[in-house]
Write a new protein. Structure first.
Length: 333
């Protein structure tokens, strides 16, 4: 461990000890979704998938999220399951995306997830988004997501590497998802089992669900056929977005990657359009998370060329959800 890593880990350990000493419980079941690394591993799609399954089982879920980059102070109710109650600038792009995708689920943004949980009355289950290192709130199930394409970076902690905490801390996980693959990763499983012998391991990957217009209308994927496409995104793993387009047979003529949670300006849109024209692209595509922030920036004329790729997380076994919802039913409140 380098001196920089040691200083980071010292601060992390003191923060953990302080938060654990005052950890609080909510009355309903709390399921945490998180990872060991910085960057995109699929936490938001996993939260959407679990909340969606809860709704399918006639349960009442609530997602608790810190709303990264959202500038709203205190607790911000993003949705009570029927409509948006705030903007992405207040709640953050991921919180808005979850609320838009989930009719029937509460979404609350607050760095203090316990305080947020107290606001949502009569919920059957709380889903703690990005909660593996959130010590303030007790959770009944900790789900750890591992990116099969880059599980632990260079094995170093921040600021030298991508790890938020040592790999050995995966021992806390109750369930482990190996994401971005549909095949067995034997060597990765062997590494996981060195630190956690008991947690069930599931595999997951993204499923392409179609295209969306700027206003959220479903669009036929036929428009992509034999068209030159310009792709851009501001997500944790832009390479994964490009890989998905490639797997769909999309001809990506050019691309632009922004920082995760990028706050788009009109000048960015003009630059994207310019670069798309330079490579003779006929269609411009981005992610749902990015599209949340673009709607107010695109004119009616320009918006006709912009589309979002809609994806979902697909876990390889229904046992995954049976473990999470075991003992919960709509009749038991």
């Amino acid at each position: 461990m380098t001196s920089l890593e040691y200083l980071y880990y010292l601060g992390y350990s003191l923060h953990k000890k302080y938060r654990l000493s005052a950890q609080k419980r909510l009355e309903a079941r709390v399921v945490s979704i998180g990872n060991l690394t910085v960057g995109g591993t699929g936490k938001t799609p996993a939260a959407i998938a679990i909340a969606g399954e809860a709704i399918n089982r006639n349960l009442r879920p609530c997602i608790l999220t810190r709303g990264y980059k959202g500038n709203g102070r205190g607790a911000v109710i993003v949705s009570k399951g029927d409509r948006l109650l705030t903007s992405w600038s207040e709640a953050g792009d991921e919180a808005i995306l979850m609320a838009e995708r989930l009719k029937g689920a509460w979404v609350i943004k607050d760095s203090n997830r316990y305080r947020a949980g107290l606001i949502a009355n009569n919920r059957d289950i709380f889903i703690l988004d990005d909660g593996f290192q959130h010590w303030r709130l007790y959770r009944d199930i900790d789900i750890l997501i591992v990116d099969a394409t880059n599980p632990f970076g260079n094995g170093r902690m921040i600021p030298i590497g991508r790890l938020r905490e040592p790999i050995a801390e995966m021992k806390r996980a109750d369930i482990i998802i190996i994401n971005k693959t549909r095949k067995k990763e034997y060597e990765l499983e062997k590494t996981i089992r060195r630190y956690n012998e008991d947690a069930p391991v599931f595999y997951a990957d993204y499923r392409f669900e179609g295209l969306l217009s700027v206003n959220g209308k479903a669009i036929s994927t036929d428009i992509l056929k034999e068209k030159r496409v310009f792709a851009f995104s501001g997500i944790g793993n832009p390479g994964q977005f490009l890989n998905l387009l490639s797997e769909l047979g999309v001809s990506v003529a050019g691309q632009k990657a922004f920082r995760d949670h990028h706050h788009y300006r009109v000048r960015n849109i003009k630059r994207i359009i310019k670069k798309a024209r330079e490579v003779r692209a006929e269609i411009i595509v981005t992610t749902e998370k990015d599209m949340v922030k673009l709607r107010g920036l695109l004119s009616d004329t320009v918006s006709r060329d912009f589309f979002a790729v809609k994806i979902s997380l697909e876990v390889n076994s229904s046992d995954f959800y049976d473990i999470i919802f075991k003992g919960l039913s709509p009749e038991i409140r």
